[in-house]
Design a protein around this ligand. Structure first.
Ligand code: FES
Length: 98
């Protein structure tokens, strides 16, 4: 095992795309935010020239599930955000921080 020598990003966004079964009474972040949307976000990040500045990773449940919106966590500050409605909200989170 060894440390990977790589430039540290300014921001690493983990986006919950968890989708529970229809029978599960607990809310989930998908289909409001999906794996395909996160892939689109990664393309947008590349188009903005932010490939080495912003990392974006799909995540499963981050533990703050709610019916009002999807959840993401932003590092390095470790800020959890809920109420995410769509791809534009994710772009806004990035624009506010870079
Ligand atoms: S399902 Fe997304 S935070 Fe739990």
């Amino acid at each position: 095992m060894q440390i990977i020598d790589f430039p540290k990003p300014k921001m690493h966004l983990f986006v919950c795309i968890n989708q529970r079964d229809k029978d599960n009474p607990k809310p989930s972040c998908a289909p409001r935010i999906t794996a395909d949307m996160v892939n689109q976000l990664k393309i947008w990040i590349r188009e903005q020239g932010l490939t080495t500045t912003v990392y974006c990773t799909k995540a499963q449940c981050l533990g703050f599930c709610n019916a009002e919106g999807s959840v993401a966590v932003i590092y390095p500050e470790g800020t959890f955000v809920n109420g995410i409605q769509n791809l534009d909200d994710l772009k806004k989170l990035i624009k506010e921080r870079v």
